[in-house]
Design a protein around this ligand. Structure first.
Ligand SMILES: [Fe+2]
Length: 266
């Protein structure tokens, strides 16, 4: 297939297709710093002194919040954050350079940005092995997953190795009588645990099986995730205007949408 894409676009595109994900340093961390500081403000009712204070608070929030209160705590922050008119643009701008290269420049974005908080040893917020496409997402969607703290080992998430995922898909019926936990036991040597620092973004192919397990580290994971797709690629259950909003329509698209057929009197 002949293409005329730039070297940088080819490089990141090939990496994404080969691994099923890319991890990149955000170009401008101030977008993320604002989100983190806002979380500190929402939860502590005061401004943070510095970045270190925010990191310490987030990583060790399990010392101040019990796991029984975790979900209400998370939902309260999620609602507060999503009420901020700048949240989605900050989130998008953190990953924009890479989304433009991987997904396109006329994008739609999920209307609410999700927030995950996974405390050490907490079993209430686990996502067993799954592909989002199996539950109705379009295979044309990507997820931009952004950690608010450094994530590693079980504090992070895992993604099945891309080549193994193709084998897994082709022998899917072999797993039909197994629970997701049993499947995970079988495939666990063929996943990559995502090692990612605050200030980086993970963009991944959500059709590749992924998930998490109980966080066995001493720190709490905070991460956000949001779906992006090309406005013009096929939709799954999540529709434009309902789950997704267009965020970067070009003039020619608006021109086409505004075109009205000439009126012919009969
Ligand atoms: Fe998922």
């Amino acid at each position: 297939m002949m293409t005329f894409i730039s070297d940088i676009e080819k490089e990141i595109g090939d990496e994404f297709l080969e691994k099923g994900y890319v991890i990149k340093d955000v170009i401008d961390r101030s977008y993320l710093d604002k989100i983190r500081s806002e979380i500190f403000f929402i939860t502590n009712n005061k401004k943070s002194i510095n970045d270190k204070e925010v990191s310490e608070y987030l990583n060790f929030v399990h010392k101040t919040i019990s796991s029984d209160n975790l979900n209400n705590f998370r939902i309260d922050i999620f609602n507060n954050l999503n009420d901020r008119p700048w949240l989605r643009s900050n989130y998008y701008n953190s990953a924009k350079s890479f989304l433009d290269l991987i997904v396109g420049n006329e994008l739609c974005m999920q209307r609410r940005v999700n927030l995950s908080i996974q405390m050490p040893n907490d079993k209430s917020s686990l996502l067993a092995l799954h592909s989002d496409v199996w539950s109705g997402d379009s295979p044309f969607e990507v997820v931009a997953w952004i950690p608010l703290v450094d994530c590693y080992d079980t504090k992070s998430m895992y993604i099945m190795n891309s080549n193994y995922s193709k084998e897994f898909y082709s022998s899917f019926s072999d797993y039909s009588n197994m629970s997701t936990d049993e499947i995970f036991e079988k495939i666990k040597d063929n996943v990559t645990w995502i090692k990612i620092k605050y200030g980086q973004v993970l963009i991944f192919d959500q059709s590749i099986p992924h998930g998490n397990v109980v966080n066995n580290t001493k720190e709490t994971r905070w991460s956000m995730n949001c779906r992006f797709k090309s406005v013009f690629s096929p939709y799954g259950d999540k529709k434009l205007g309902d789950f997704f909003d267009p965020i970067s329509l070009k003039a020619a698209t608006k021109m086409g949408m505004g075109y009205v057929e000439p009126k012919i009197e009969k």
